[in-house]
Ligand binder design. Sequence first.
Ligand SMILES: *Cc1c(COP(=O)(O)O)cnc(C)c1O
Length: 386
Amino acid sequence: MFQSRLKQFADRALMRRLSPLESGTGPTIQYAGRQVILLSSNDYLGLATHPDVVRAAIHATEQYGAGSGASRLISGTLPPHMHLEASLAAFKGTEAALLFGAGYLANIGIIPNLVGQGGLILADRLCHASLIDGCRLSRADFRIFRHRDCAHLESLLRRRRANRPTVIITEGLFSMDGDVAPLSDLVSLAERYEATLYVDDAHGTGIMGPAGRGTIEHFGLEQQIPFHMGTLSKALGSHGAYIVGPNDLIQYLVNVARPFIFTTALPPAIAAAAAAAVAVIQREPARRMRLWSNRQRLFNGVQKLGFRTTQTVSPILPILVGDAATASALAERLLTHGIYASAIRPPTVPDGTSRIRFTVTSEHTTEQIDEALHALDLAGRETGLL
Ligand SMILES: *Cc1c(COP(=O)(O)O)cnc(C)c1O
């Protein structure tokens, strides 16, 4: 039975397989017996291997142990958790913060407690799978609006039954297209139609905004968007997720969010590493500068080669290919030229929009970026895309 199902994936070039690295993450990695340039990591600022972050993890393990021993509400709330929640709230300028074991858990834990049966959720078409699963778990009616299309969203809001509890869901910086949500317009619509706006800023946190506080800071909307979630696993180089917002919201979630209540607290090392990463982001703005100049170099090069991309404004740089088989072929050719960049295929992205998704970091050298562009030129010709 499983074999025939697997064959269906293979036939459509949609088979997924693990690709084990032979090293840790970084601008270069060891893979399939050689060193290659990695352009597929979310560690935008290189913080996963930053000495201060690594040292914080080691110290916390020595001081508090490898595991936290229990869920947060039993006996698993240790000093690193309290310190990280305080750091995140201070960094984001909110009253409080609450940790979750992962972004996936945060989204499926929070959304069903914002709206339930009888309510309405309106979500951007490109929302992450964890947001979609949170919507499904909520039992609210759930509609998709076209990507970044506020006119479409408004038409859905206008048609809804009066007084219906409504939540609008978007990512701040979209993970697969690298473009940003029209947050100012979403705020206005949420106000006008008395809806709650839920922003997932997994990818924006640490890189967007003058101080790296994220996409909401980028748009100057911190006063207008009183709470949002993000992860510790992308630019923060660690693991887990958070929601930041007013005290009463956080206290409410402590009481109702099942993926918060019924799971073991994050290991002390992870929490300590994330707190150290928040400090680095505030202390080393030069990393953000390097990231954006690398991003511009890669973006200009890709444009010059003539590849199709999205409306990206970020270090996420999709090379749109179309069908899944060609995307896989391009990834293979890139690898033979020393570039690791994985193909992204349905259902992660909509049908016909398979792509290579480059992500560049602050730690890539200009030589590595130029090498990647050269490889892309060769691989593009070899696959008939150029
Ligand atoms: C990565 C991601 C998540 C999931 O976060 P994890 O911590 O990896 O579980 C959620 N939402 C978005 C938009 C993401 O990019």
